[in-house]
Design a protein around this ligand. Structure first.
Ligand code: NAP
Length: 259
């Protein structure tokens, strides 16, 4: 299927690895020009080069912390008028809410709620003026079915989801859509980290936890980041202008509800 976005410009945040990288690669495969971001310059530049080599599209790498105002300004300076914005950042650490201080909550809200909102605010009016915009927020399956050890994520991401639900209905008349992609377990560094936390909590080895989680998913496996990237590219397609305000769970069927 031709997605009709060749030559469009995208900002993909937190994209040197994992789900962000997969979204960047999938968009580049459709001919979208990229500005990608992450904090570690060497890995980010390697990823940018990999995408350029694989797809031939221009990729600008901006190494910075997207959860800071300075980081967001650096990314926006590299791409002031994006057609596509993929919001992403690292997830908060697992733990017990009794151990989290005020600063822990502020960091989670900054990263997983306010950063995407600030970036949306910076680009949405231009998208509306140009009558094309696709915004995809990478959130988490935890928004639909909270994960007990990830209280910071459950809370902060739900705030973003509530905000986006309102805004997405106001922008869609201008062909600017805003949707959330909710990953279940995908084979990335982040998954390894959260499973390490779970192993410690449950007194099991990492291998035991990995096997248990694989088997407990209806698909019998973890997700491949490329599957996630393909869904992101579809939401950014020219044909996707009537899909807005949605929360698409990609979890191998793990969420047990009918709807
Ligand atoms: P990952 O493989 O660990 O990759 C995270 C990426 O984000 C890296 O490129 C990292 O590079 C970058 N990053 C982290 N913090 C950043 C910051 N402050 N500013 C800029 N870049 C930053 O993680 P992932 O699995 O792709 O997860 C992506 C998001 O999905 C996370 O929020 C995660 O919580 C959520 N999620 C993932 C899963 C899963 O199973 N994988 C499930 C549910 C939710 P640097 O470290 O160099 O900055």
């Amino acid at each position: 299927m031709e997605l009709g976005i060749s030559g469009r410009k995208a900002i993909v945040c937190a994209a040197s690895k994992g789900l962000g990288k997969a979204c960047a690669m999938a968009l580049a495969q459709e001919g979208v020009e990229l500005v990608i971001n992450a904090r570690t310059p060497e890995i980010l530049e390697q990823t940018a080069e990999e995408i350029r080599t694989h797809t031939g599209v221009p990729v600008t790498a901006v190494a910075c912390d997207i959860t800071t105002e300075a980081g967001r300004q650096a990314v926006l300076a590299a791409c002031p008028d994006p057609d596509i914005l993929v919001n992403n950042a690292g997830g908060p650490p697992p733990g017990d809410f009794r151990d989290w201080q005020h600063d822990d909550w502020i960091a989670a809200v900054e990263a997983n709620m306010l950063t995407p909102i600030m970036l949306i605010k910076a680009v949405v009016d231009g998208m509306q003026d140009r009558q094309f915009g696709r915004i995809v927020n990478i959130t988490s399956g935890a928004v639909k079915a909270p994960i007990p050890s990830l209280g910071l994520s459950n809370g902060a991401r739900s705030g973003l989801t509530g905000f986006v639900a309102g805004l997405a209905r106001q922008t869609v008349a201008h062909n600017v859509t805003i949707n959330n992609l909710l990953p279940g377990p995908f084979e990335t560094d982040r998954l390894q980290q959260t499973l390490q936390g779970a192993a410690k909590q449950q007194g099991k080895t990492l291998d035991q936890i990995i096997e248990l989680r694989r088997q407990s998913n209806p698909a019998g496996r973890f997700g491949d980041p490329d599957e996630f990237g393909a869904a992101c590219a579809f939401l950014c397609a020219s044909q996707s202008g009537f899909i807005s305000g949605q929360n698409l769970l990609i979890d191998g069927g793990a969420f047990p509800g009918t709807f």
